[in-house]
Design a binder for this molecule. Sequence first.
Ligand code: ADP
Length: 395
Amino acid sequence: MDTILVANAGSSSLKFELFAVGSGLTKLVKGHVEGIGTAPYFIVKDAGGDKIVDKRYSSSEVPDLSSAMHRVGMWLREQHEGELVAVGHRVVHGGAEYGRPVRVDRRVLEDLERYIPLAPLHQPNNLALIETLLELRPDLPQIACFDTAFHRGHDPVTDHYAIPAHFFAEGVRRYGFHGLSYEYVAGRLQEIAPDIARGRVIVAHLGNGASLCAMRDGRSQECTFGFTALDGLPMGTRCGQIDPGVLLYLIEQGKMSSSDLQDMLYNESGLKGLSGISNDVRDLLASEDPGAILALDHFVHRISLNAGSLAAALGGLDAFVFTAGIGENSPVMRERIATKLAWLGAQLDPMRNENGETRLSTDDSKVGLYLVPTDEELMIARHTHGVITESNSSL
Ligand code: ADP
């Protein structure tokens, strides 16, 4: 049996999933090592969601990403007889150039290092893992799948900022993220509701990170994320859209350094910053604290404002799709957001919403409301399989 490993390397975590390659791709296990270098914790679940590994290590046993990968690799070799044919990596930034997944060699790796300043929190870890595996297993294909790639077909008008034009050529422009999730959802929508998928659709990826994507005929037209994954909607701990004048003020009057500002905007803002309680919507829904109420009201308000502007970009709206942690699991939040979309012609069916059905809107709703669980790892596995199959057939 051939297998494909999907890997997502973060600053202190390594998430992975293993797929069997057959007539399709079948998920075998899903796991992660978190707390790398501090309190390493290795968890693996089988395809049914049952825990099959639950192990803690000392920080010296798993001090860094490469040792975490080593642990995962050893476990996979002991437990799975299949032959690993490729590793698919989630790579946050492919810049303006990478509109498709790519097999990474030394040259491509160096090229992708150019984007480290554009995604300093994610890109270095994504690339470090690829580098480790290229050294350990030089013959094993390492495929980079980019969060930005799905948005590369935008009209250039969309991706400009109104600052002096030379900055665009220097890379200061809108890129968009969550592309692997949007691509997967676009594919699912084609299966579930092909007529709708051909139309004007907003997909709302509402998890810890949150964004909206406007699609026409399954292709990205607009995304609320911009140059970085800070823009657009307020998120669990990220600020979302903010007047750049606020940042100038904080630097000049508040005497904040760029690293303090970065930490505040990425880790201390959003739902967490507004509520002063938590970044987790479950905690906020369970609280009667005015901060929790404000945070959720603001979140819903900003989603509705952004949905309006994306609907304008599409010249109307045929469907609005919920996905990711909040979108998939919270009927209350879906209901609150859908209420704000009523002016566009969206009518939620309360029972369908409560039951988490695929179609959430009433039969005669002008705008369809849908629930489509995302699967970024499966998207990466498909791309990885596609790249190695293509390169084998061109040999
Ligand atoms: P990530 O962006 O880290 O991949 P997820 O898509 O897994 O995040 O979403 C995680 C978020 O989903 C949590 O922070 C939580 O706010 C939200 N969430 C998960 N389950 C529920 C639920 N039942 N009700 C409300 N929110 C939920």
